[in-house]
Every structure is written in C-alpha cells, then in structure tokens.
Design a protein around this ligand. Structure first.
Ligand SMILES: Nc1nc2c(ncn2[C@@H]2O[C@H](COP(=O)(O)OP(=O)(O)OP(=O)(O)O)[C@@H](O)[C@H]2O)c(=O)[nH]1
Length: 434
C-alpha cells in the first residue's frame, strides 16, 4: 500500500475545477474522449520536477491533460485548452475520506443538507466499496469531466463510475442525481475486474429515488435556480441603474461646474464691455498692492473717463452709447496687455487700470498711446466740445505701497488728477505729482 501522501494514480484522469468549468464544459463528450486517450497518469512527482514541468509547459504549444501531483485531496493538473494550455491546482473539500486503521469512514464536510441531497446508498467495509448518491445542479458534462471514465484516487478510495439521472432541465442548469461508485484501493483490481465490479455493483445496488423524492428534489433545485436567476437579474438591473445614476451624476456635476464657472465669471465681469467689474478690481488691485509692497515697487492707477459722454448719448442714443463704450473698453484692453495689468470698468463711462508701470515716462507713454488709440477708433462725436470724435481724459497716480498708505488713497489721487485734466480741457492725460 503506498503512503497516503504518495498515493499512486491509476488509469487516465481528467479533472476540472469550478474555475475552469467553462473550458471543460465547452468540450463535447467526444472531445473529452480523445483527450483522455493521451492522458498518462503518473506516479507521484516531486515538487522540483513540477516546477521544471511548469516552466517547460510554458514553452510548449500543446500538451495533454495530466495529473501532475496529488497528495491526499490536493492535486495539480495540466490540461489542454482550446489550443492553449492551463494548469490547475486545488483540493476536493466537499467530501473528506478518512482511513481509520484499514476501515473506511466517510466524513461529510462543508455540506448543507438543506441545499443538496446526499446519501450513502451502500457501504461495504470488508469488500471496500461505497456508493454515494448526490443531487446537484452541476451539469452532467461537468461532473463527467471531473470523473470521466477514469479512476480517481480519493484518499484511499478509488472512484469507479458515475451514473446520472436527470431530474429537471433548466435554462442554465441540469438538475440531476449523481451516483458515485467508490471502492477501496486494491492493487488486485485490474481495469478489467474493475469493470466487472461496476457491473455487479450497478446490478446489485441500483439508485432508487422515489418519484416523490425526485419531485421534492427537483422542486428544491428549481427554487435555487430561480433564486439564482432572480439574483442575477437584480444584480444586472442594479448595476445598470447604478451605471445610469453615475452617468447622470457626472452629467449634473459637469452642468453645475459649467454653471458655477459662468456665475464666477459673471460675478467678476462687466457684461457690457467684458472687462472686469469694480468688485473684482477692488480685490485684485488689493492683492497687487500687497504683492508690490513686498517687492517695494511702484503701483500706478489710471482713471479713464469718456469726454462729454452725456452729450454723446443725447446725440446718438443709448444703444450707440453702449457701442462706443465697448470700443473704448477694447482700446483700453489692447493698451494694457501685461499679465499683471488689471483693467476694469469703474462705473458708467469711467474705467480704471492698475499697473506696475514705474517711471513717469512709462506712464506718460501708456496714457498717450491710449488717447491715440481712442482717437484712431474715430467714433464720431459731433456734440463734443474738444474734437469731432470720442475722446478720453486720463488721470494717473503712482506710489510705492507701504503699511501707512492705502490703495483707496491712490485711486483718489488718480481721480483728482482726472478731474484736474478735465478742468484743463479734457482729451489729455495728467499725472498726479504727489
Ligand atoms: N450708453 C450708456 N451710457 C451710460 C452708461 N453708463 C453711464 N452712461 C451715461 O454716461 C453719462 C455720463 O455723464 P456725465 O457723468 O455727466 O459725464 P460726461 O457727460 O461724460 O461729462 P464729462 O465726463 O465731464 O466729460 C450719463 O449720461 C450716463 O447716463 C452705459 O452703460 N451706457
């Protein structure tokens, strides 16, 4: 008798595990047959050999299903799979066999008697055979693939045959009663007398399921199958709904983001000219003020006012007045293009710019250029008292910010310069000397 962990495997063998179910059940009985023809069940393989074999198998295009290693319930198996190759390992946990001093004991493990029907039809410890009946939802092809026409050593039990009685056929499952025939391993049994033994066994121990029992089982299994189908449907439906909900959530979020962006933009923009509004200017100029204070540079404020704009509105109408303001706003935008320049509509026909222009010359140039740009825009203004086109007046003031000074004071100084420039005749620029 071989040691339990070095048990000898007799005959051919093909084992499929649940996770390889698809590849095996996809084979027809005929395919399984031809595969088994080439199976060579071998003695125990040492693990080092197995490792070598694993490596070799990776290089091989085709190979046959072979039990590479088995110790008790644990096994390692290689098999051919649709032109590819596969290796499996696992254990048989459902039924555990124990060998207690030569006598056979069956221990049912991990069994839910409510779920499956199992019973020992026959057990002869002296002769060493057992017949086990199991009702399951495993399709016969799968079960046959596990035990197909081979002998399988299970503990010290040799599996001999499998008979199937179909109870019910569902869309996904065949509910069946499987009758497993085991015998205690004994070297004296050749393949031939094993077959004789099976014949005897089948004759003497037919699986007897009463019609009532068969009906109860079929009903139970149908219930399980229906529950499974329902769960599957619910899962599919809930994932579909979840998918839709997530898509909707993303859509709403994008929509909200866009809306927020618009609101943010609207809250800082003047709708007529597209320039920043006064509120934004106050915040941004304040930041610039503190930044410039740290760097001890100059900050300059430009106050820009359209001349005789009331007269313009009176002569050309409010809509034309709006258009004129847009053109002037555009000229200002074109004139102050540096990143740190803050250009805003201060209110009405008045605009404000904060820059870091440092020298009087730079300030004069910028203001002069802007006056020229507005002139070049050539917006007719026959009611103006200083030109035939729209003109602007600019007042500027600059300072190196400090804790003692205030931005508002600088704006006031620029506004004062604007006022003085207006007094001096408009269409000009005046820089505050303070
Ligand atoms: N079309 C139009 N007019 C505006 C807008 N905002 C303010 N105004 C007009 O701008 C004019 C400003 O008039 P005033 O403050 O007297 O200034 P002004 O006529 O330009 O005179 P000076 O600045 O002294 O040259 C008013 O008639 C306002 O109605 C606007 O958005 N669109």
């Amino acid at each position: 008798m071989p040691r339990k962990d070095q048990a000898k495997v007799h005959g051919s063998f093909l084992l499929g595990m649940a996770n390889t179910f698809y590849s095996i059940s996809a084979l027809s009985s005929c395919d399984v047959d031809s595969l088994i023809q080439n199976v060579s069940a071998e003695d125990w393989y040492p693990i080092s050999y197995l490792n070598q074999l694993f490596e070799a198998l990776r290089e091989t295009e085709y190979y046959n299903p072979t039990l590479l290693h088995q110790a008790g319930q644990k096994f390692v198996l290689a098999w051919y799979e649709n032109g590819g190759r596969n290796l499996g390992w696992g254990s048989i946990g459902q039924i555990k066999m124990q060998d207690n001093s030569q006598s056979l004991k069956l221990v049912f493990k991990d069994y839910d008697p409510e779920r499956l029907f199992t019973r020992l039809l026959a057990l002869d410890e002296e002769k060493g055979y057992a017949v086990l009946e199991v009702a399951d939802m495993l399709p016969p092809d799968f079960t046959r693939a596990i035990f197909y026409h081979g002998t399988f050593l299970w503990g010290d039990l040799l599996w001999l045959d499998l008979q199937t009685e179909i109870l019910a056929q569902e869309q996904d499952y065949t509910h069946a009663i499987y009758t497993y025939h085991f015998k205690k391993q004994d070297q004296q049994y050749s393949n031939q007398n094993i077959n004789e033994f099976i014949d005897q066994l089948c004759l003497s121990q037919p699986a007897d399921i009463s019609p009532e029992m068969a009906q109860t089982l079929a009903w139970k299994l149908k219930g399980m199958s229906a529950q499974y189908t329902l769960e599957k449907q619910i899962n599919e439906r809930s994932s579909e709904m979840l998918g839709k909900a997530l898509t909707e959530q993303v859509r709403i979020r994008n929509h909200l983001e866009k809306a927020n962006q618009i609101i943010r933009l609207q809250s800082m923009q003047d709708s007529l000219t597209g320039l920043y509004n006064k509120r934004y200017f106050d915040e941004a100029a304040n930041d610039l003020w503190h930044c410039i204070m740290r760097q001890q540079e100059k900050i300059t404020i430009y106050m820009i006012d359209v001349d005789f704009f009331k007269k313009y509105n009176d002569s050309y109408g409010h809509i034309k007045g709006d258009e004129a303001l847009q053109i002037v706003a555009n000229c200002i935008k074109q004139n102050f293009k540096r990143q740190e320049d803050i250009v805003a509509r201060f209110g009405g026909e008045e605009f404000i710019v904060a820059t870091t222009d440092a020298t009087d010359q730079q300030i004069n140039e910028q203001a002069g250029n802007l006056i020229d740009k507005v002139k070049e825009a050539n917006i007719p203004h026959t009611a103006s008292l200083v030109a035939k086109h729209v003109t602007i007046t600019i007042g500027t003031a600059s300072i190196i910010p400090s804790e003692k000074t205030k931005l508002q004071k600088l704006i006031k100084a620029a506004d004062k310069a604007l006022y003085v420039a207006k007094e001096q005749g408009r269409n000009r620029h005046l820089h505050s000397v303070n």
